[in-house]
Ligand binder design. Structure first.
Ligand code: CTP
Length: 423
């Protein structure tokens, strides 16, 4: 339908980006679910300021009123979202106008058509993402492969289109790693050289720079980090990022030492053990353990730059104090009730972060707290206290907490001993 709408206006429409790559990689026998589709319209269209992509999206939305339309006028792009069910399949279609000059003659002219879609594709990250399939007649279904993307798909290579790609957009370093690991491809040696060159020339300074361009870069870095750390292949991706020196984009001093790697693996194991229902944000906690490895004075700033939530920024800012506090109290022998009193001041995510960074003895105490002690309830409740003749009062809370402490410390073990304890 989109192609018909485009044809009716004398424009060309192309399927581009990840959908083309995934279609070409897909097993022809297997079903392929494309739920994120990028389309590019290429056509002569000076009259409308918003651009052809936006007009096409509006026309489609009239035909499919159930789709939500979002317009980003500034970039001449529009998105249509079919949202059937948050849990089930949804379809996201981005429609952009080919990023090129608008020529004062119709795009039916094949030279202009080829050059504008070519320019649009040339701006993209890797050859395998710079393929397009024409959806409009004539020659609909034709694959446009200006940069050898098909060959790279076959030989499983991640290759940039030009030497400056990573300098222009350092987040592409993270994208190279994620595609390499996700698809099981190799980063082509010359492309790896460009990555190393970009990093050596200090491209990461720009990511941390507080100038006007930096927030957009930080946002993109964060979304790439999220993508990588939330993926099933996050361990290989992190290793490859480290191998390329790309963790320096997070902070110039960040390196994946064996000690840090050990902490990351501990964190991941603890998250599986204590948060199997995913109430915590696991990718973010992996990022926190990376940031926690920086010197204390950098932690809060880097967490803020990466736009982590306020509680996470604060936990990282206070981490050194919290850790010192826990270490000084918990290295002396403590009764379980004292451990609970101390640890219950912190939330689960802070405790897991501290555990991942702590020596075995402290880790074991946090483990016992999370797995058992935090769940211990008083053996009697308010109704029992009333039945025993206590008048409801603020004192109830203290009595119940004393009962919990006595249970934790093994002073009482059942209701009878609890009643005797009160007497
Ligand atoms: N792109 C780019 N440079 C970036 C981000 C995106 O050139 N820094 C281009 C690529 O051509 C990419 C397209 O924009 O194919 C869409 O980006 P995105 O949706 O992030 O990636 P996909 O390739 O669709 O990958 P995925 O399947 O992971 O969504």
């Amino acid at each position: 339908v989109a192609a018909q709408q485009a044809e009716a206006r004398g424009w060309h429409l192309y399927l581009v980006g990840g959908a083309v790559r995934d279609l070409l990689l897909a097993d022809p026998e297997a079903a392929l679910l494309l739920n994120d589709i990028d389309l590019v319209v290429d056509g002569y269209h000076r009259a409308l300021q918003e651009g052809a992509g936006v007009e096409l999206a509006r026309a489609l939305q009239q035909q499919y009123p159930q789709a939500r339309l979002d317009i980003h006028g500034q970039f001449q792009t529009a998105a249509l979202l079919w949202h059937k069910d948050p849990e089930l399949d949804s379809l996201w279609v981005d429609i952009a106008t080919a990023r090129t000059e608008f020529y004062p003659y119709p795009a039916a002219n094949p030279e202009v058509e080829a050059s504008s879609i070519r320019q649009d594709l040339y701006r993209r990250d890797f050859t395998i993402n710079a393929l397009a399939i024409r959806l409009t007649a004539p020659r609909s279904g034709e694959l446009l492969d200006f940069f050898g993307g098909l060959l790279d798909l076959r030989s499983r290579q991640i290759r940039v289109l030009h030497a400056n790609s990573f300098i222009e957009d350092p987040t592409r370093i993270y994208r190279a790693v994620r595609f390499a690991v996700r698809l099981g491809f190799e980063i082509d040696p010359q492309t790896e050289g460009y990555i190393r060159h970009a990093i050596e020339s200090g491209v990461y300074d720009r990511v941390q720079d507080e100038n006007s361009r930096a927030p957009a870069l930080q946002t993109r870095l964060k979304s790439e980090l999220k993508y990588v750390l939330a993926a099933p292949y996050w361990q290989s991706a992190l290793q490859l990022l480290s191998h390329l020196g790309a963790l320096r984009c997070i902070h110039p001093t960040l390196t994946l030492t064996p000690a840090l790697w050990h902490q990351i693996r501990l964190m991941s194991r603890w998250l599986r053990r204590f948060d199997s229902s995913n109430t915590l944000v696991h990718w973010q906690m992996l990022l926190e353990v990376l940031i926690a490895d920086l010197a204390p004075e950098y932690r809060g700033k880097i967490a803020a730059n990466l736009q982590l939530p306020v509680n996470s920024i604060e936990a990282l800012q206070q981490l050194a104090t919290t850790q010192a506090d826990l270490a000084s109290h918990l290295t002396k022998p403590q009764k379980p009730s004292q451990v609970v009193q101390l640890l219950s001041q912190y939330d689960r995510s802070t405790l897991i972060l501290i555990a991942a960074r702590s020596p075995r003895a402290l880790r074991q105490l946090i483990w016992r707290y999370l797995i058992c002690w935090a769940q211990v309830k008083p053996l009697l409740d308010g109704n029992d206290l009333k039945a025993l003749g206590y008048k409801p009062s603020r004192q109830f809370k203290q009595i119940l907490s004393d009962l919990t402490a006595a249970t934790l410390d093994g002073v009482i073990g059942d209701r009878d001993s609890a009643i005797a304890f009160l007497a």
